[in-house]
Design a protein around this ligand. Structure first.
Ligand code: NAI
Ligand code: MG
Length: 358
């Protein structure tokens, strides 16, 4: 039979990005070889803040056309101490997400076996969420400007954009995500008491769409109250949908509540599948630990599993996660999870687990 083969673009970029992406590529290669049911072909792109400082560009001319040829993009992190963060983010990560219309940012969070929530009494199973973040407009639409630069009356605007099309497509994706999970529970987060235009549109779209999904239970939260519910009653939540800004913040909180930002994955999806989707750990380039060999690669392994599932290899994804959880459960974890293992030791342990059990 013809072997399925997937072409993956890998972009480690900055800081710990290349350290965790090379660990992720090694684990994925081992998984594909061990299972023997599909092939993975990696093409590495050395786009980073270093390239930017050398050439003035993060993405060379024609770069997006090169990326478009791949089935998926496996991304590390972008950000360097000597480049303003808004320049690096907009020139590399958002410069891929936006033209590729990766409008759904999906962030699963749960307490993995062998890791501990900082919440007293929160066991694996008590916190199992998927946050769906609008990823193309809202507060990060990039509209606004600055006038009277440097004067006392300098004025800056940051305009949030909510289009009916944009809200409907993310809401539909969130309802479908909720429907595919056992509890079929969707929490719609807004701030429609204070933000009385865009957020009221969200509420209206959610209420309309709920009629198309009678099997999904919907509840509504204001974002400030949502933070307390996440901490005080994590079991009451399952699938969560929120705007670009709100979900950005809530998902960092979610990652911390699940044990560490070093385990949390994220997918930037184009659900139409017209363009490749991009998969990355949610953490940044972590200057404070770059080059020390202690970055937690688990977020990247989980990211790899999410990528496989999106490509249609759900079973391989689940097998990879089981191996990762076995390794965490055996106590082979990095310092952010209270352990002493290095990036390399965790990676080698996962590879050994794949070879031993699959
Ligand atoms: P960060 O996520 O890089 O680091 C926050 C803290 O978490 C640091 O103490 C770091 O050591 C720790 N940490 C992060 N990942 C870890 C891992 N895998 N293992 C163990 N510890 C880990 O966030 P920060 O410091 O706010 O940003 C640093 C740079 O990264 C900035 O330039 C920022 O713009 C960029 N960034 C990029 C992102 C992306 O490319 N998607 C996302 C977030 C930040
Ligand atoms: Mg963030």
């Amino acid at each position: 039979p013809l072997q399925k083969s997937y072409s993956i673009a890998s972009i480690g970029a900055d800081g710990i990005g290349p350290e965790v992406i090379s660990a992720g590529v090694a684990v994925l290669r081992c998984l594909a070889e061990t299972l023997g049911s599909f092939d993975l072909e990696f093409t590495d792109y050395d786009w980073s803040s270093e390239t930017y400082k050398r050439t003035g560009k993060y993405i060379p001319d024609g770069g997006l056309d090169q990326l478009r040829k791949h089935d998926a993009i496996f991304f590390g992190a972008v950000g360097a101490p000597d480049v303003p963060d808004h320049v690096s983010l907009w020139s590399l990560r958002l410069a891929i997400c936006q033209p590729f219309q990766q409008f759904a940012n999906v962030r699963p969070t749960r307490v993995l076996r062998g890791t501990r929530s900082p919440l007293r009494d929160c066991k694996p199973g008590d916190l199992d969420w998927v946050i769906v973040r609008e990823n193309s407009e809202g507060e990060y639409a990039g509209q606004g400007g600055r006038s009277h630069k440097g004067r006392a009356w300098e004025t800056a605007t940051e305009v949030a954009i909510f289009t009916r099309h944009g809200v409907e497509r993310i809401m539909r994706f969130a309802f479908e995500t909720a429907r595919a999970r056992p509890r079929k529970l969707l929490t719609v987060v807004t701030k429609s008491n204070a933000q009385r235009n865009g957020m009221v549109l969200w509420d209206e779209v959610a209420a309309d769409m709920a009629r198309e999904f009678p099997d999904v239970t919907v509840d509504k939260m204001l974002v400030d109250a949502m933070t307390t519910r996440m901490v005080l009653n994590p079991k009451s939540l399952d699938t969560i949908v929120a705007t670009n800004l709100h979900a950005d913040i809530l998902s960092d909180l979610a990652a911390a509540l699940a044990g560490s930002i070093g385990i949390a994955p994220t997918s930037n999806l184009d659900p139409t599948r017209e363009n490749p989707s991009m998969f990355e750990p949610i953490h940044g380039s972590a200057f404070d630990i770059t080059g020390k060999g202690i970055a937690n690669p688990v977020a990247t392994f989980w990211t790899a599993a999410e990528m496989l599932a999106w490509l249609g290899e759900e079973e391989a994804a689940a097998q990879l996660m089981a191996c990762v959880e076995n390794v965490c459960g055996a106590g082979v974890v990095t310092a952010d999870l209270g352990g002493t293992a290095t990036t390399k030791q965790v990676t080698e342990a996962v590879i050994a687990e794949i070879k031993a059990t699959l």
